[in-house]
Design a protein around this ligand. Structure first.
Ligand code: T1G
Length: 686
């Protein structure tokens, strides 16, 4: 950073001016950066001694985007699109030197330069749709002029970063260099002196085959159901082939401003910052941890093999232990099958599969774990079996090793007590399929040490998971809320609303699958076993779901045996008259709720349980709960999460619904004090 507040500096070297942006941590284009960039380019444009320009950035990355924090306030001049326009219309060649992650507004600045040189490790992209936005500084018009409409549509509606190599192949950059980025950019700039300036906006309008675009729009509607930004962005990109640049840019900025004020963008910006806050734990501040190079997993079933693949994909070595020879072979076959399918779909090469499998050791021998830094048990959910295994592992492993359980509900403190290392014991609750699902609940036991917790959170980051630290309670955070949500939905069925109408309501709300379809996927016997296990703790007059137990007792377990709440034939889910008759017989004079009432009841059940979780200190932040529901349970990201959405919906209405449920369903369904307090203060739940 230059003098206080100076975030753009010019270094002149003969006929070449080097403009360096220096605004840590990611060179976001704050109003100061925009103003100083505008001023710098005006100055060097007017300086006859300057004949070529390189634009670079200090620190770990070129500009990673506009400053997202500014979006909640009126944009201050100069707008980024004006700065970008000014850079493009400088009368001398401007070459961008790109490193790190050139994203959003940073990519748009690069697009307005006359050439682009990128570091071989660099990545570049327009991720605005992930914030419910679209590129608002010319990206929807300049990118297609360089890479074509279809490639631009793919990048902008997916928001994905492309590698330097792919960027070169697409024509997005002109050169990739492994070292001396700025020297290469200077050389490029000097070589352009005296050449006609190649302004991106002057390039010919790209062609667009209407049928290709129509097909693309349909795929976006399907894949990103409910989100408005990708569709709007598609509309803007297609303007590049039909509308003059200046008019298209005006329309783009109108569309951007509209999205910036949309509920969806506010929700997705909330999630962006929630994901950065989730790792902040005051008691872990200052603890540094070395990355893991290897971990071990005990159990080669669905979860054990999935966790192993997640670690292999992240570059770690894995020792997978399974007592049963057949189960071990099945686990290895499952892992090989995953990679073979990934090769078939072109996601990885054979060489990548071979390299990853070379890092996998499969064995029956627990002794192989003696010196492992971290061992995760992922055997079947039986408390005694887990306690026995953990005791044996505790005896086998070095004292420094961390022991973790992948249990989804067993008390971590109980399991810790079966070892001599409660300070190095915790829960690592992965979600199935573990190599795909982003969420990881890091369950801290009463005795888990801060060092162990810090190492576990760091492992989550290494595995590209969203690690949320939670306390010990029945079902931790995600499953605890899910159980309450499922109860409320099942009670709605028992009171007369068909399950398929409840599923349809929540799928229209934006959930990937409705609650009854999910119950069938998970297996009705799982929640049945949980209710049996918890029966002894139940209050005498507490209402519990009965219909689902009827289904299980009739042998209807869900997808796994072709019939549950629905019937499954050839993989298709169908309403089953047997269930409809059961509902009618049970409900008597049916009370069929409207879709709005269904959502309100489901929302109140989730928010009330979440408020209790906060009240009990299971997590420190309401936004942590949002992240759990979005990343583990299909809550729509464009609604911001269960707590954020409730705040927008209106806490008074949620509280009123919670009181209604408490009356209907029994005394243990008490309304959370935290929810009542939040309504009183109209503050979040934190
Ligand atoms: N604005 C403000 N703060 C940002 C920021 C941004 N764009 N990007 C990161 N930060 C903060 C972040 O909150 C954290 O702060 C710190 O930087 C490190 O981030 C006009 C409209 C660049 C890949 O969407 O994807 O340009 O928690 O922990 O894991 O068309 O940050 O330390 O206080 O994430 O190494 C488009 C968003 C914006 C990119 C680095 N750009 N950022 O990841 O570090 S919209 C983006 C990221 C736009 C134009 C449009 C990642 C990263 P704190 P971090 P990281």
């Amino acid at each position: 950073m230059g003098e206080a507040g100076q975030c753009v500096v010019i270094e002149q070297d003969g006929p070449l001016a080097l403009v360096v942006i220096d605004h840590p941590p990611v060179n976001a284009t704050s109003v100061a950066v925009r103003a100083q960039l505008l001023q710098a380019f005006a100055q060097i444009d007017a300086d006859a001694s300057v004949q070529a320009i390189v634009l670079a950035a200090a620190g770990r990355t070129f500009v990673a985007g506009a400053d997202i924090r500014e979006f909640d306030f009126p944009t201050q001049d100069p707008h980024l699109r004006d700065v970008v326009q000014a850079i493009e219309h400088v009368g001398k060649p401007v070459v961008a030197a790109l490193h790190g992650t050139t994203l959003g507004g940073g990519c748009e600045i690069a697009l307005a330069c006359h050439a682009r040189v990128i570091d071989a490790q660099g990545k570049i992209g327009l991720p605005e749709v992930k914030l419910g936005l679209l590129p608002g500084a010319g990206g929807t018009q300049r990118l297609p002029r360089l890479v074509g409409v279809m490639a631009a549509l793919d990048m902008i509606t997916s928001g994905r970063m492309v590698s330097a190599k792919e960027a070169l192949a697409l024509g997005l950059v002109d050169q990739v260099v492994a070292t001396d980025l700025r020297d290469a950019a200077k050389e490029k700039a000097l070589s352009l002196i005296g050449q006609p300036i190649r302004r991106t906006s002057d390039l010919p309008a790209p062609s667009c085959v209407p049928s290709d675009c129509d097909a693309f729009v349909k795929s976006v509607q399907q894949k990103l159901r409910g989100q408005i930004a990708p569709l709007k962005a598609t509309e803007m990109v297609m303007l590049s082939s039909t509308t003059p640049f200046a008019e298209a840019i005006r329309l783009e900025s109108e569309a951007f401003e509209g999205l910036k004020h949309s509920a969806q963008s506010k929700a997705m910006r909330h999630v962006f910052f929630a994901e950065r806050a989730v790792g902040h734990h005051p008691d872990l501040k200052g603890i540094t941890t070395d990355p893991f190079t290897s971990i071990s997993v005990v159990g080669a079933g669905m979860m054990g093999s999935g966790i192993s693949v997640a670690a292999l994909d992240a570059g770690l070595s894995v020792t997978m232990v399974e007592a049963n020879a057949d189960a071990l072979e099945k686990g290895m076959a499952r892992i090989r099958g995953l990679y073979e399918r990934a090769i078939k779909s072109g996601r990885i090469s054979q060489a990548v599969m071979d390299e990853r499998l070379a890092r996998l050791t499969a064995t029956h021998d627990l002794g192989a774990l003696a010196h492992q830094p971290l061992v995760i048990e992922a055997i079947y959910e039986n408390q005694q079996a887990k306690k026995d295994l953990l005791q044996r592992l505790d005896e086998v492993m070095d004292a420094a090793g961390i022991l973790a359980s992948n249990t989804s509900y067993i008390d971590i403190n109980l399991l810790a007590a079966s070892t001599q290392r409660p300070d190095r014991f915790l829960g690592l609750h992965f979600f199935s399929p573990a190599h795909v699902m982003r969420l990881l609940e890091v369950v801290r036991g009463d005795a888990t040490s801060p060092q162990t917790l810090a190492r576990a959170l760091a492992l989550g980051k290494q595995l590209n998971k969203l690690a949320v630290m939670v306390g010990v309670c029945e079902g931790f955070v995600g499953n605890r809320i899910l159980t309450r949500f499922w109860d409320a939905c099942t009670f709605m069925v028992e009171d007369g609303t068909p399950p398929q109408e409840i599923d349809a309501a929540f799928e229209r709300f934006g959930m990937a699958m409705g609650p009854f379809a999910v119950q069938d996927l998970a297996g009705l016997d799982i929640s049945y076993a949980m209710r049996q296990r918890l029966a002894a703790q139940r209050q005498p007059h507490e209402r519990v779901p009965v219909l689902v137990d009827r289904l299980v007792e009739q042998g209807r377990l869900g997808q796994k045996n072709g019939q549950g709440w629905y019937r499954y034939e050839a993989g298709k889910r169908q309403v089953d008259p047997v269930v409809s008759d059961l509902v009618t017989a049970h409900a008597g004079d049916a009370v069929r709720l409207s879709a709005e009432a269904i959502i309100a009841r489901g929302r109140a059940a989730m928010v009330n349980e979440a408020a209790k979780i906060l009240q009990e200190g299971i997590v420190p932040r309401a936004s942590d709960i949002d992240l759990v529901k979005i990343n583990g349970y299909g809550f729509p990201v464009w609604r911001g999460g269960v707590m954020f959405e409730a705040m927008q919906f209106g806490l008074e209405a949620v509280l009123a619904e919670a009181h209604k449920i408490a009356q209907d369903y029994g005394v243990t369904w008490e309304v959370s004090d935290a929810l009542i307090e939040a309504v009183r203060t109209q503050k979040g739940f934190a």
